[in-house]
Design a protein around this ligand. Structure first.
Ligand code: F6P
Length: 384
């Protein structure tokens, strides 16, 4: 390494998604081509920085990764440097390893870290900035729920996967005259449910933001039947819940910053529908399929633009920022403004109003405005 060359460490944290490799590639290529900077990649998110585990990322190391899903660096949704889980006997204890991060950063002669991740990674990055580490964040998640950016890469690919699944389920729904419930990921936000429901021609879309009314759902099924449409497709976000009910927690991962893993609300709904109709109902939970696969063209371009912009910020010494999409431009927001926050679907969003306009049921009676619905966040834990 030449003495004056700048050196960047890049890492991917949180759940994987399509497009992570495209960002890594863009960071490594921009750093090399434009600024003659060196890049290393920490393995498994912030765990790599804590444990000083990394690989060099030269041009040849990032060749051919644009189209690959996942992340060549590995990731972890447990490696919060401030609450780092260490197994002692049979129990985890949580240690503050932020000082170790600073020490490793300095020993490696780094000038900056590019942290690609979701709300948890952005929160850890903002806290590490407080300890003096110069960090630029890059937002990712299939959930599309990060504050401060109009969209996250990974979402478009997941949307496409979910839409294709809904297309396929349509034929069975039609042939067997059934209600098909398709459950998609998304945590506490309904972007994946809403987007894939719209694109896949779902009849009923249920999102965490708007607790549903089973009567309204059954009314829609009945209405469709009366029009000779003897099947229905319901697209449900994993965080959806009945009005006055609770989110369904599938399991808990105590070492993860957000321990809750959602999933299974569809079974509850399926039972409720079958109890009221003699119509057969089937459940398909798409789960982690939505995080896999080669990124769409849109995600590849977006991820590349974000990676390029992250290195530009590093070059200019503009740290503590997360690169972000604002309309058609790539901009940035302060990390402290977005750390740990999530962006939910709002009743006035154009996708919601479009869904309403074409007569889709959003799980509530048409007589009640969507905005009047309660937003308390109770959860039922089926993981214990
Ligand atoms: O945040 C991405 C996401 O896929 C969510 O949609 C989902 O709730 C969660 O991660 C699943 O996490 P895990 O991979 O730990 O099961």
């Amino acid at each position: 390494m030449s003495k004056h060359k700048k050196r960047i460490g890049v890492l991917t944290g949180g759940g994987d998604c399509p497009g992570l490799n495209a960002v890594i590639r863009a960071v490594a290529k921009t750093a090399d081509n434009n600024y003659a900077m060196e890049v290393i990649g920490f393995l498994d998110g912030y765990e790599g920085l804590v444990l000083n585990r990394f690989v060099n990322l030269d041009d040849k190391d990032v060749s051919g990764i644009l189209t690959r899903g996942g992340t060549i660096l590995g990731t972890s949704n447990r490696a919060n440097p401030f609450k780092y889980p260490v197994l002692q006997g049979k129990e985890y204890v949580y240690l503050d390893r932020s000082a170790q991060c600073v020490q490793n950063f300095e020993a490696l002669g780094l000038n900056a870290i590019v942290a690609i991740g979701g709300d948890g990674t952005m929160a850890a990055s903002a806290a590490l900035m407080e300890r003096g580490l110069p960090i630029v964040g890059v937002p990712k998640t299939v959930d599309n729920d990060l504050e401060g950016t109009d969209v996250t890469f990974g979402f478009d690919t997941a949307l496409q996967t979910a839409t294709e699944a809904i297309d396929k389920l349509h034929t069975t729904a039609q042939s067997h005259h059934r209600v098909m419930i398709v459950e998609v990921m998304g945590r506490y936000a309904g972007w994946l449910a809403l987007g894939s429901g719209l694109a896949g021609g779902g009849d009923i879309i249920l999102m965490p933001e708007f607790p549903y009314d089973v009567d309204a759902i059954c009314e829609q099924i009945r209405l469709r039947n009366s029009l000779g449409k003897n099947f229905s497709i319901i697209v449900v976000g994993e965080g959806a819940r009945q009005k006055g009910g609770e989110m369904v927690v599938k399991r808990r991962v105590e070492t993860s910053p957000d321990a809750i893993r959602l999933g299974g609300i569809s079974y509850q709904l399926s039972e409720q529908i079958e109890n009221r109709f003699s119509i057969e109902t089937r459940v398909t939970i798409l789960g982690h399929l939505l995080r896999g696969g080669s990124p769409s063209a849109y995600d590849r371009i977006l991820a590349t633009r974000l990676g390029v912009q992250a290195v530009r910020l590093v070059e200019r010494g503009e740290f503590g920022k997360m690169v972000a999409v604002k309309g058609n431009t790539i901009s940035w927001v302060p990390l402290t403004e977005v750390a740990g926050k999530i962006r939910k679907v709002t009743a006035d969003h154009s996708w919601v109003t479009a869904a309403e306009s074409i007569g889709l049921c959003l799980g509530i009676p048409t007589s009640i405005p969507l905005s009047d619905y309660p937003t308390d966040e109770t959860r039922v834990d089926i993981s214990k």
